[in-house]
Design a protein around this ligand. Structure first.
Ligand code: SF4
Length: 657
């Protein structure tokens, strides 16, 4: 689909704030799953437009079914709406069928709460968990009638802010956003709200530029227009320099220090249409210091900050009452690592036993304790499948990625699981890790065979299943692998073919082992967008103009379209897709995200990268001495783990009537 010449309407002056629903409604019977566009969910908020002086539109650049359950967006939505004089509404990416109709009928991008045009808001905040939402973001801007280029926006356009993990390298979208907030959003959105309110109350001094300068000078918002990028003749960045006085040379991430002060969402949204998670979630801690070298989420969310056992109990109770959900997920990057998780699991299992309330702990930790927790939480319920993530097929590669799991650990753990009545085990691995050889990947077949063997021996049954799921590794900014060469997609595909042949070779096991993987090509586009610089913005824009939408969905993704867009947009620049993806960087190179401060010390990251190449491991600083990654002193924070000595509240057994 081509975006075509018709873009969303450009409003010459202030945008009408009236609901567009009368124009949208006749289109809904013509599209797939129209209910996703109507709003009105349980716990949705609508505030009076005229009595608010700061109005946020919060957008998730993917479909409603993926975006609605997103915790980050729900947290900001609720806490902004609790603020006097502030309203926040939500918008999600519209599917191409509705996009076509909206263009044909002149309906702009809208919020699902009051169906107001997105362009009527003061602020458009977009959360990017991954880079694959960039083209949907451009669609939304275009449908909203907001110029794609930030430099072309006028006084009546919303200030467009980006956040989320992908925003830790905002350079590929630097041309399209007015500002970027990195790190935890809770305090940051309130600070931005205060700045916007003051600026409006003062009569909007300096106009749009005046507001952007205030945001930049606050130190809490990265405003790309305040920074110029210069390049060496060979394509590398020479320097990123401030072009305005009073703005910081690096912009730091925001870190909420006590999660108990931010018990959001208190009343989670209950979706009207089917979504990827039909449950309420409580975030039990933020951050991870296990030190997996491939994991951007773990690195950029340091240090660990646990929610107290008391606060978790109260949030689960309040959330269930507010929603009527029958399932609770205890969220974090590695939930079994909460220092009081055993008490949390037992307390919740006791409280909700017999109430048909399901409890789940998305944890992939490879040890028997994790299985014990899953046993506890599934008391009396169905034991379908357990997932473990050894990540690498050989012990050598697991040392490289700092995933300290031995083969014997894995076999012991799956034996415990199969013995406990679990019949399905899913194992998660990556392909394309630094220093990886064919052998490291083929060894996954041996592991899977040992897993099946162990399951059969432990249970005496033949119906044991193991699914091997493989993701392509993409080096990410702010990790020790940020300098690594990404594996080209042809070699990734060849390695995966070898693995499939190795699994199929032994008929005694092959039927019990399922293999799930994608080809290596989407990873190359993700790699380009992850470690790209400002020049990659032109590639995104070209791919979008050529029809790229919903790039995280295999049925919509087109590798050839992206490669053609890159050839066009990067022509004459001396750089190409390989330069951005399969090229190893040196310590001396200025990285596009060096002026975004995640708290991690670049020297430490480099040392950890060298340790990785030497197969050296690093412990978790929660239970071993600090190894000076830089985060705590840089951000004035510290690791917060229990035990708190408190008990889970409320401890009363729920009404089972
Ligand atoms: S500074 Fe030390 S304690 Fe803090 S996250 Fe880094 S290694 Fe852990």
């Amino acid at each position: 689909m081509s975006a075509g010449p018709v873009v969303g309407r450009r409003y010459p002056g202030p945008v009408p704030v009236a609901s567009v629903f009368p124009r949208l409604e006749p289109l809904l019977p013509l599209v797939h799953k129209p209910i996703q566009y109507v709003g009105g969910e349980l716990n949705a908020r609508t505030a009076d437009w005229d009595s608010c002086d700061v109005r946020w539109c919060l957008m998730y650049p993917d479909a409603y079914e993926v975006g609605l359950p997103n915790q980050g967006l729900q947290i900001l939505y609720e806490l902004l709406n609790e603020e006097p004089g502030v309203l926040a509404e939500r918008s999600y990416a519209v599917w191409p069928d509705l996009e076509r109709l909206m263009r044909a009928h002149g309906v702009p991008q809208f919020t699902v709460d009051s169906h107001r045009p997105v362009a009527a808001f003061d602020l458009l905040g977009v959360s990017f968990p991954t880079e694959l939402g960039y083209t949907n973001f451009l669609t939304a801007l275009d449908l909203a009638g907001i110029p794609l280029a930030a430099a072309e926006r006028g006084p009546d356009h919303p200030v467009v802010l980006a956040g989320g993990h992908a925003a830790f390298n905002p350079e590929p979208i630097a041309d399209f956003v007015d500002g970027v907030v990195v790190g935890d959003g809770e305090q940051a959105v309130l600070a931005v709200t205060g700045l916007v309110r003051d600026w409006k109350a003062a009569g909007r001094p300096g106009g749009r530029e005046g507001l952007l300068l205030r945001l930049a000078a606050s130190g809490g918002v990265y405003v790309p227009a305040c920074y110029d990028v210069e390049y060496h003749a060979d394509g590398r960045i020479r320097r990123v320099a401030r072009n305005r006085p009073g703005v910081p040379w690096r912009v730091s991430k925001h870190t909420v220090s006590d999660l108990d002060d931010w018990p959001y969402p208190r009343a989670p949204l209950v979706p009207l249409a089917e979504t990827v998670h039909e449950r309420m979630s409580v975030e039990i801690f933020r951050g991870c210091t296990r030190g997996c070298r491939f994991c951007q989420a773990g690195m950029v969310t340091r240090p660990v900050r646990e929610r107290s056992i008391t606060a978790i109990g109260a949030m689960v109770d309040a959330g269930l009452q507010a929603t009527g959900f029958q399932e609770v997920g205890l969220l974090s990057l590695s939930s079994a690592d909460h220092s009081e998780i055993a008490q949390v699991a037992k307390g919740l299992a006791d409280r909700y036993e017999g109430t048909h309330t399901g409890l789940s702990l998305p944890s992939t930790r490879v040890d028997a304790f994790n299985v014990d927790l899953a046993d506890e939480l599934s008391r009396g319920g169905r034991r379908s499948g357990l997932t473990f993530a050894p990540e690498g097929g050989s012990e050598r590669i697991r040392r490289v990625i700092n995933k300290m799991v031995t083969e014997d650990d894995l076999i012991r753990t799956v034996t415990t699981a199969y013995t406990g009545g679990w019949r399905q085990v899913k194992l998660y691995f990556m392909c394309g890790l630094p220093t990886e050889t064919d052998d490291d990947v083929v060894r996954i077949a041996d592991l899977a065979r040992r897993v099946i063997e162990a399951g059969r021996a432990a249970t005496g049954r033949r119906d044991i299943r193991c699914t091997v799921s493989i993701g392509g590794f993409v080096p990410k900014p702010h990790t020790p692998f940020q300098w690594a060469a990404q594996l080209d997609h042809e070699t990734t595909d060849a390695r995966l073919a070898l693995l499939r042949a190795a699994i199929q070779q032994d008929r005694r096991y092959s039927r019990a082992i399922g293999l799930r993987y994608h080809d290596g090509r989407p990873g190359i586009v993700e790699g380009l967008l992850s470690r790209g610089d400002r020049r990659v913005g032109a590639v995104i824009r070209q791919a979008w103009a050529d029809g790229a939408r919903f790039d995280g969905w295999s049925e919509h993704f087109s590798f050839d379209r992206w490669m053609a867009a890159a050839r066009t947009a990067l022509a004459g620049q001396g750089v190409d897709v390989d330069w951005y993806t399969t090229r190893e960087r040196t310590l001396a190179e200025v990285l596009p995200w060096d002026h975004i401060d995640s708290g991690l010390d670049k020297e430490w990251l480099w040392t950890d990268w060298q340790d990785a190449l030497a197969g050296g491991e690093v412990e978790d600083c929660r239970w071993s001495p600090c190894y000076d990654c830089g985060v705590c002193p840089q951000l004035g924070t510290h690791t917060q783990v229990g035990p708190t000595g408190a008990t889970l509240l409320p401890l009363t057994v729920a009404d089972r009537g």
